[in-house]
Design a protein around this ligand. Sequence first.
Ligand SMILES: NC(=O)c1ccc[n+]([C@@H]2O[C@H](COP(=O)([O-])OP(=O)(O)OC[C@H]3O[C@@H](n4cnc5c(N)ncnc54)[C@H](O)[C@@H]3O)[C@@H](O)[C@H]2O)c1
Ligand SMILES: O=P(O)(O)OC[C@H](O)CO
Length: 397
Amino acid sequence: MAPEKRHKVTVVGSGNWGSAIAKIIAENTRDHPDVFEPLVQMWVFEEEFTLPPTSKHYNGSSAGPQKLTGLINHYHENVKYLPGIRLPDNLHANSSLHDAVKDSTILIFNLPHQFIARTCDDLIGRIVPYARAISCIKGVAVSADNVSLFSDVISEKLGIYCGALSGANIANEIGMEKFSETTIAYDPPSEDEESTSSSKPAGHSKLTPIPHGYPTVDAKILKTLFHRQYFHVRIVSDVAATSLAGALKNVVALAAGWVIGLGWGDNAKAAIMRVGLLEMVKFGHMFFKGHGIRTETFTEESAGVADLITSCSGGRNFRCAQMSIQRNVPIKEVERTELNGQSLQGIGTSYEINSFLKAHGKEAEFPLFTAVYEILEGKAEAKDLPDLIERDPAPKL
Ligand SMILES: NC(=O)c1ccc[n+]([C@@H]2O[C@H](COP(=O)([O-])OP(=O)(O)OC[C@H]3O[C@@H](n4cnc5c(N)ncnc54)[C@H](O)[C@@H]3O)[C@@H](O)[C@H]2O)c1
Ligand SMILES: O=P(O)(O)OC[C@H](O)CO
């Protein structure tokens, strides 16, 4: 028997990845109107954008700044952050955060990590209490001497369960429907279980049950929402490693970009990636004990080693780091001139991880993470990486 109620889905964020994931979701809600309301809302942080003469939509009358939301809805394309990719007609760009999430039962968070806390604060009291969420964010939240996952930040601030989606997912390739895999980690407490385990969401004592008539939000529903012929989904329960790997690989990708920028070749990059992967696993086990973290998530899932490989090949952190060495300019300058408003996540994450490691007296146990921070700070040079990463013997699992 078909369910009486359908899930309404909202994507909070509309950048490069936000728009690509919104495209996938709108394709799937359109194809599964029995389970989902076909119309998907995508919250856009409003800004003005001027179509460049290179845009296929450019004509004399379209010159001059226009609201990005209007452009997205008119051309069915995010002309700034995912240009050249047609978005489904059932995807609606909405500049009102409160209106975009109204009555939504599934919320997908996909913003650069520095904007999440503020955006969640603005959502308090604005969402249905029985909503479920997925975080597509690659970053960690560091406050004083504490490090948390954004899935937990969202859970705590909004009092709902939040899983994570992460993988070897360069947004432009997925926008063009080139095959890739992803990992979704989803492990909510049962609706009548008190959420006391630290691998379960914090911030609320009990999950608010989804009202009768809605399909349960489970692995099957999430696969229906995200899986496409060009975007294959594997569902796991390890939210901590899935989230953490996506954040930490951005730090490793900076070092990979620097050694390639120096002209050192693939062997050097492989060395950086090997040490980076070990530090990622070590960080997870050291600081997320009790979260159900598994080494296999790092070594076997798209969210782990596969994301590390793709990020150290064609990711923005890698490419900008490479250019910063080749042009001898700071990486922030490359971000500004090359990314058209997109945001490098590796720089912020490197500083955040370093402040956390410093507070715990653990910098020496993570020589690559520490070296990346020191290079960004101008206290060391990329050419010193081979020595810097051997300050400590190879990290042990
Ligand atoms: N781009 C990719 O290929 C990719 C792939 C997988 C995961 N990710 C991760 O997904 C997350 C989102 O990345 P993205 O590529 O969609 O973003 P992006 O790098 O394209 O960043 C631009 C976005 O930030 C928004 N923004 C700017 N200022 C803001 C503010 N003050 N408040 C709220 N939003 C603001 C812009 O409106 C725009 O939507 C990141 O954590 C990233 O690491 C990115
Ligand atoms: O372009 P980056 O460096 O933000 O990486 C993009 C994705 O995370 C790759 O999976």
